[in-house]
Design a protein around this ligand. Structure first.
Ligand code: COA
Length: 299
């Protein structure tokens, strides 16, 4: 179902955005919505076929779009793609780090290299892209007038707020991403007026993340245990992105906005609502009649 945007169509007009992992899933929806709201879009990804298809889809919507092959794990790729984006569009205003790696694995079955691979993509990759983009985003940076500044948006997760089964590597990597968001918000917000924020999406339908982390084999089972279980739309994340990177969010810096319908707060209900009244009254009465911890001889 196509949902209409509540934002004005020109809210990011004239901005150039570079989105890692922008060819598929949440990254592609952010590319699409930023494009529909006036931005020119460069997407970075490892697979040429995915990039080509995404660029054609964006162009068919009338969006100025270009794709650059690259792996965020390679500093030379980060540098080259950022330079190419600048050469193509003349400036870079917004960097969105949406590239991520993930797979379900128990901690004891995960090799250190498997752990490192996800840290490399999500955490080190995010830092590398931010660092290489700084000279383009900052006031007076390449292609930038002294008044304009850029902003950064990092996509993370809620996995590490508590603990998530079979996600030790991604939880660690996304915790690092959130930490990077805050550190850069402090340093680059202070030194360069660059706002750095994040989004922590919950389970979002029709994404590579969802099909890898909640394949059909386990999806219905987890629904049973999670009273608040709802699947979000990619659109929900893209609208949050628009808010954070546009002037609508001009006073927001260092925040990671949870967009999950409250999913991470979900707990199985251990007592039905009707039962709680009765039990609570009975417990209260008991405690007034005979307070716990007070010696009975004094009653
Ligand atoms: N279970 C256990 N270990 C796994 C694994 C799995 N399902 N998939 C990969 N690994 C391990 C590999 O065994 C390897 O470790 P080793 O050298 O000790 O054996 C390490 O991870 C790297 O794997 P490799 O296949 O060489 O990495 P890659 O660079 O080709 O791919 C991934 C990176 C593994 C993250 C891959 O899933 C990917 O490209 N993901 C991007 C898309 C994605 O995950 N999207 C979802 C976003 S939420």
């Amino acid at each position: 179902m196509a949902m209409e945007s509540p934002f004005k169509a020109d809210i990011v007009k004239g901005k150039v955005v570079l989105i890692t992992g922008g060819g598929s899933g949440i990254g592609f929806e952010i590319s699409t919505q930023l494009g529909k709201h006036g931005a020119s879009v460069a997407i970075m990804g490892r697979r040429k076929s995915v990039l080509d298809a995404a660029v054609s889809a964006l162009q068919s919507l009338g969006i100025q779009a270009v794709g650059f092959e690259g792996d965020v794990r390679k500093q030379e790729d980060a540098k080259r793609v950022i330079e190419s984006t600048f050469k193509h569009f003349g400036h870079i205003d917004i960097l969105v780090n949406a590239a991520a790696g993930n797979f379900l694995v128990s901690a004891e079955d995960l090799s250190p290299n498997g752990f490192r691979t996800v840290m490399d993509i999500d955490s080190v990759g995010t830092f590398t892209m931010c660092r290489e983009a700084l000279n383009y985003l900052k006031k007076g940076g390449h292609g930038r007038s002294s008044s304009g500044v850029g902003s950064i948006l990092n996509i993370s997760a809620t996995l590490h707020y508590t603990a998530s089964w079979y996600q030790i590597h991604v939880s660690a990597a996304k915790a690092a991403v959130d930490s990077i968001t805050r550190s850069l918000a402090l340093e680059w917000g202070t030194d360069y007026d660059i706002r750095v924020n994040g989004i922590a999406p919950g389970p979002i339908g029709d994404t590579p993340g969802m099909s890898k982390l909640a394949p059909d084999e386990i999806r219905s089972k987890s629904r049973e245990n999670m009273p608040l279980y709802k699947i979000g739309d990619k659109w929900d994340i893209a609208m949050a992105a628009l808010y954070l990177v546009s002037d609508a969010g001009k006073y927001v810096n260092g925040t990671t906005l949870i967009v999950d319908g409250g999913y991470w707060l979900s707990r199985p209900r251990d007592l039905p609502k009707e039962g709680v009244k009765q039990i609570s009254r009975a417990v209260e009465k008991r405690s007034r009649d005979k307070p716990v911890g007070v010696p009975t001889s004094k009653l």
